[in-house]
Write a protein that binds this ligand. Structure first.
Ligand SMILES: [Zn+2]
Ligand SMILES: [Zn+2]
Length: 332
C-alpha cells in the first residue's frame, strides 16, 4: 500500500505526474496550499476584502466554501455565501438543504435567493419552456444575473465560483471546437469588477481537479448533494468533453494544468466582446446594448421585466442572512 510522502502513513491519494502520495491530513494541507497559491498568483483577494462564494450545494461548491473559509483565517479576507434556488423540483430542494447545512457547518452567513419567489412560482425549467430556450442556457444566465446582483448589493470585492480545472478545460475546449472564441476571455481565473455594473469573478479552484475537490470535501466531511441536475442531457457537448479531458489527463498527466495556465496568460489575445457594457435601462445592472438578458427574458415571458424588483429582493435576503447590504449599489 502506498505511503504518504510527508509522514509515511497510509496514503489516500497518489499523483501520477509528480509521484507524490498523501494521507488524509497531508492531502488537506496540500490542497489548501495549492488553492492559496492560486489566490496569490492571480491576485484574487486582498486582506479585508469580502468574497461572496456561490454555493450550489454540489461537491465543488462545498470544497470552495470549505477552503475559502479556512484560508480566510490565515489570509485575512472575509467570506459570505450565496445560494440560488432555481426551483428544479426535488433536486433544488436537496441542493438548498446541502447548502444550508454546509454554511452552518463552516460558520459562514448564507443568503438564499429563490427564483420562484421572484417570478411568482416559476422555476428555471418552466421559464425556459415558456421562453422556448434550452434550460441550461436560461439557468446559467439566471444564476449569473442573481449572483452578480447579490455581489453588487453586498459590495463584495469578488464573487467566487466553484469551477475546477476539469470544468475550465472543458469550457476552453468547447469554445475552441465551436469557435466561440469571444467566450474564451471570460474563462480565466479572474475577471475584473466594472463599477456599479458587475462584480469581478474569481475561480479559486482553477488549479485543482474535480477529483481533488471531491476528496477535499469528503475528507472534511462537508455536506454535499451528489445528484446531477435532471436538466443535464448526457449528449451535451460538455459531457462528452469531460470524458475526453479525463482520458487525456490519464494519458498525459499535467496537460490540463498546462492548458489552463497558458490560457490564463493569453486571454487578451482572443476576441474581446464588441461595444461597451452599459447599465440595463430596466434594472441598472450590466448589459450589452441597454437591456440585460434577464430583463429581456422576463419581459418576453411576463410582459414586463423582473429586473427592477430583483435588487430590493436581494437586499432583503442579504439582510435576513446577516450580510449587511451596502448603500452605494442600491441607490444607483
Ligand atoms: Zn501524511
Ligand atoms: Zn436588466
Amino acid at each position: 500500500m502506498a505511503k504518504c510522502s510527508v509522514c509515511g502513513e497510509t496514503a489516500v491519494v497518489c499523483y501520477a505526474d509528480a509521484r507524490r502520495c498523501y494521507c488524509g491530513e497531508h492531502f488537506i494541507e496540500h490542497f489548501e496550499s495549492k488553492v492559496k497559491r492560486t489566490l496569490e498568483k492571480y491576485g484574487m483577494v486582498k486582506p479585508g476584502e469580502l468574497v461572496l462564494a456561490a454555493i450550489s450545494g454540489g461537491k465543488d461548491s462545498a470544497a470552495l466554501l470549505g477552503v475559502m473559509t479556512r484560508l480566510s483565517r490565515v489570509m485575512g479576507f472575509r467570506v459570505a455565501g450565496i445560494h440560488i434556488d432555481l426551483g428544479i423540483g426535488e433536486y433544488s430542494k436537496r441542493s438548498r438543504e446541502a447548502a444550508v447545512r454546509l454554511a452552518g457547518q463552516v460558520g459562514v452567513p448564507l443568503a438564499i435567493l429563490d427564483l420562484r419567489e421572484l417570478t411568482g412560482g416559476y422555476g428555471v425549467t418552466e421559464l425556459a419552456r415558456m421562453a422556448k430556450r434550452p434550460p441550461c442556457s436560461v439557468c446559467g444566465m439566471v444564476k449569473r444575473y442573481l449572483i452578480n446582483a447579490a455581489g453588487l448589493e453586498a459590495c463584495a470585492d469578488a464573487v467566487a465560483l466553484g469551477h475546477n480545472a476539469d470544468d475550465m478545460a472543458v469550457y476552453a475546449l468547447k469554445s475552441f471546437l465551436t469557435q466561440d472564441l469571444e467566450a474564451i476571455p471570460k474563462l480565466g481565473p479572474k475577471t475584473e469588477s466594472i463599477p456599479q455594473l458587475a462584480v469581478g469573478r474569481i475561480r479559486p479552484l482553477y488549479s485543482v481537479s474535480e477529483k481533488e475537490a471531491f476528496l477535499y470535501a469528503y475528507l472534511l466531511g462537508l455536506p454535499v448533494n451528489h445528484e446531477e441536475c435532471p436538466n443535464v442531457d448526457q449528449r451535451q457537448l460538455e459531457v462528452v468533453l469531460k470524458e475526453q479531458v479525463t482520458l487525456m489527463e490519464s494519458r498525459k498527466p499535467g496537460l490540463r494544468t498546462q492548458l489552463l495556465s497558458k490560457l490564463a496568460k493569453r486571454l487578451r489575445d482572443y476576441p474581446q466582446p464588441e461595444g461597451k457594457p452599459e447599465p440595463c435601462r430596466h434594472c441598472g445592472l450590466i448589459s450589452w446594448g441597454g437591456e440585460c438578458s434577464f430583463c429581456r427574458l422576463t419581459k418576453r415571458i411576463f410582459g414586463k421585466p423582473l429586473g427592477p424588483k430583483v435588487r430590493e429582493y436581494v437586499r432583503r435576503k442579504l439582510r435576513e442572512a446577516g450580510i449587511e447590504p451596502c448603500r452605494e449599489a442600491g441607490s444607483s
